[in-house]
Design a protein around this ligand. Structure first.
Ligand code: IMP
Ligand code: MG
Length: 192
């Protein structure tokens, strides 16, 4: 697997043998700068509160690890797993919980940390599910937000970058399980 360089549109050989054209949308420096700002915004709001930061697996693991290092508050961690995509680049519309939290959240402040809000179905499903457990407050932070792709009325409280209705990979986001380890976000321009 080769890595696309800034501004280039190389053909990348996918491990399954498909040729992908990618171009960098957000480089490492831009992502890290924004994640630091988001951490500061969250700190301002949550400084005096106890917070359970919930990583929505798998896509947000990298963003989550960077974000929590930029939050200066009393934070405890937890993880939740949801799946809606399978191997396609379009949402199946059906969200399933694949892993639940390990702690109760009743009366607690919860910060949901997601990689991308596309149709909004995953985050509204998680929010509804957790709301039924009577937390004090649920806030959400998403690195990416595709407003044009929304199918339900949902907006994260903290957004890293608004992007167009394009399929992106890297910095935790995958195509068929690959490219999560790229330190930048790239647009997949063609799948053959
Ligand atoms: P939603 O339920 O449609 O908002 O989609 C949420 C999930 O779909 C995200 O957490 C991602 O895992 C996945 N997803 C949505 N858009 C993309 C994309 O452009 N690239 C990779 N994964 C995506
Ligand atoms: Mg995700």
């Amino acid at each position: 697997m080769t890595s696309p360089k800034n501004g280039n549109k190389p053909t990348v050989k996918h491990p399954a043998g498909i040729q992908l054209k990618m171009s960098t949308l957000l480089d490492e420096k831009k992502i890290q700068g924004r994640v630091k700002e988001m951490g500061e915004e969250i700190t301002k709001l949550c400084k005096k509160e106890d917070l359970i930061a919930v990583c929505v697996l798998k896509g947000s693991f990298m963003f989550y690890a960077d974000l929590i290092r930029n939050i200066d508050a009393d934070v405890r961690l937890d993880f939740i797993g949801c799946s809606s995509y399978g191997n396609a680049t379009q949402s199946s519309g059906e969200v399933k919980m694949t892993l639940d939290l390990t702690q109760g959240i009743e009366g607690k402040n919860v910060l949901l940390v997601e990689d991308i809000v596309d149709s909004g179905l995953t985050m509204s499903f998680i929010t509804k599910t957790l709301q039924a457990r009577n937390p004090k407050k649920i806030l959400s932070a998403s690195l990416l937000f595709k407003p044009e792709a929304l199918k339900v009325d949902y907006k994260p409280d903290f957004v890293g970058f608004e992007i167009g209705n394009e399929f992106v990979v890297g910095y935790g986001l995958d195509y068929q399980g690959y490219y999560r380890n790229l330190p930048y976000v790239a647009v997949v321009e063609s799948l053959n």
